[in-house]
Design a protein around this ligand. Sequence first.
Ligand SMILES: [Cu+2]
Length: 330
Amino acid sequence: MKFLFYSLIFVFLTSSSFVYADEYIIDIPLGAYNPELNTVAEVWYDPPQIFVTVDDTITWYNDDKEGHTVTSGEGSGRFGWMSDNFGKSNGIFDSGRFMPGDSWSYKFEESGTFSYYCTIHPWMEGIVVVEKEIPDFPHDATGKKLEFPLLQYTPDRRIEVNLTWDPPVIKTHEKVQFVYQFYDPQTNSNLAEMKYNFVIFQNGQEIFRDEGLSQIGGDYRNFVFSESGSVIIRIEGIESPSIFAEESVTVSGNVQSKEQRSVDFTAAVYDNPEKSSHETYHTKPAQRLTTYYELMLIIILIPGVMFLVALFWLKQKPKIKDDTQGAVKI
Ligand SMILES: [Cu+2]
């Protein structure tokens, strides 16, 4: 029973929200306000000791019938209050008083052992142990270990997308290379010249988007993350004019639009313990140089055309003025 209760407390909230950092719940049970030995509460903070890793968040729920605090420092011990010991805070964190039915959350951004107590009921004591732990294997945003290559089918199951990244454990300010291939699941043949968009979302925001055209043997994009947290790697709008063009004409009803033909992968980015900044990297493969030339052309052409237009306009201007003056005269 107790084991079940503890298991329930260690609720893993990440699965639905793609949050990489874990969230833990500590319950302040009914009766925590009462220092008597015959209280219904066996512990004041449940669980009284918890092990988390850096960047995890703990939420304390007040299920008692009085207000409490979660204050870093040393409490009084169970009977200390009888000899005028009311604990001593150390100023690292302090929830202030929060009432029954309310909760308070704190994100632990540094490793260490943190004792805490309630300033109103100093016999209430708990400990949070925060460990700095970066695993040596790749995993998704929910913490599940991944085996490369990752494999996803588009919703219409017409295309299989394989993805790997290197290094397998993604850290901030360190270049990571995403390598991916497209396959026909029916023939198992490599699909080259697939048009797609490579998109990265982090903590709910789109942070990178690039168009691509796959080569035989796949394609890749480099990226350097500035922030830690969960990421979604989305390859969307997958289409091949040569394969799907005639299909969309003949079969009108059941064809997926290219926007829907997309796959999602999730990953976790860790704070790099060694680096705090990075230079910019080329994100695209070298063979994509033609697009750079096109871009250069636009960069040179647009200001050039604008300059000519401006020049022409300036020359025209005095003439217009003369015309209006002439009109006033008449
Ligand atoms: Cu209290």
